[in-house]
Design a protein around this ligand. Structure first.
Ligand code: ATP
Ligand code: MG
Length: 254
């Protein structure tokens, strides 16, 4: 069971879109996948058509619900533990707990371990929720938006990951960065990509995700891109990203 956090403390870089569609692709090719929505905005939950957000991960972590009550089936092979706005207060409630950084990790240790992949969607901050996600994960995926300020904040993120590695006996490593919302008609994104290659000493996925209106529309129908419009450029890109992901994790890294 590989646990992967999608992290970038910048807002709107494509974390949720990437989690939903990468997870959906993997479920389509037969992997059993769980998404944990760990963002109080609950975009991954609503984007997959979950209407009643309670009970969700907050209720599970605070002992009000058992894991059985919070794992929802989205479709064949794809499951989600939703989030809701109560999770926003959890950061504050957790501050005084012992092992406050390991609450999510300890929870995941107690759910069925038969998922191939668990994806954690995180909020746009480096607060306690994101630290909990990192501590629980073995891999980090960093969606980077192809825009001028894209690289700002990346060093802070890398420092946070190092802090987690050094302080919480975690075996977390960086799976890589994926460039999102790429507009090939403009020069700027190419410069961002070149800059990323110069300044980011980890894997950068060869697949770049284009800016594609279908990707922005799909969540309002509660659908992943493959159920909304399987032939659009966004779907093709997430299929290719999924193939690359599988290659790194199951072929190259066996
Ligand atoms: N490739 C894309 N093409 C067009 N629109 C996109 C693409 N990827 C994401 N979007 C849209 O951009 C917005 C931000 O994307 P998303 O919610 O995935 O980012 P996020 O990093 O999860 O944001 P937050 O930090 O708020 O959690 C959303 O409205 C989404 O539908
Ligand atoms: Mg999000």
């Amino acid at each position: 069971m590989k646990i992967i956090s999608a992290v970038n403390q910048k807002g709107g870089t494509g974390k949720t879109t990437t989690v939903i569609n990468l997870a959906a692709y993997l479920s389509l090719i037969g992997r059993k996948v769980l998404i944990i929505d760990f963002d109080p905005q609950a975009n991954a939950s609503s984007g997959l058509g979950i209407r009643d957000l309670k009970p969700g991960i907050y209720e599970a972590l605070s002992g009000k619900s058992s894991y059985k009550d919070v794992i929802r089936k989205v479709k064949e092979n794809l499951f989600i533990i939703p989030s809701n706005s109560d999770l926003a207060g959890a950061g504050i409630e957790m501050v005084n707990l012992e092992q406050r950084e390991k609450i999510l990790k300890n929870f995941i240790l107690n759910i069925p371990q038969d998922f191939d992949f668990v994806f954690i969607d995180t909020p746009p901050s480096l607060g306690l929720l994101t630290i909990n996600s990192l501590v629980a994960s073995s891999l980090v995926l960093i969606p980077v938006q192809a825009e001028y300020y894209a690289l700002e904040g990346l060093s802070g993120l890398l420092n946070t990951i190092k802090l987690v590695q050094n302080n919480f006996s975690s075996d977390i490593s960086i799976l890589g960065a994926v460039l999102t919302m790429y507009d090939e008609r403009s020069r700027l994104p190419q410069e961002v990509l070149e800059n990323l290659h110069k300044n980011f000493p980890y894997r950068i996925f060869k697949t770049v995700i284009p800016r594609n209106i279908r990707l922005a529309e799909a969540p309002s129908f509660g659908l992943c891109i493959f159920d909304y419009n399987s032939f659009c450029r966004g779907a093709k890109a997430y299929r290719r990203l999924g193939e690359e992901f599988i290659f790194y994790l199951e072929v190259e890294n066996k």
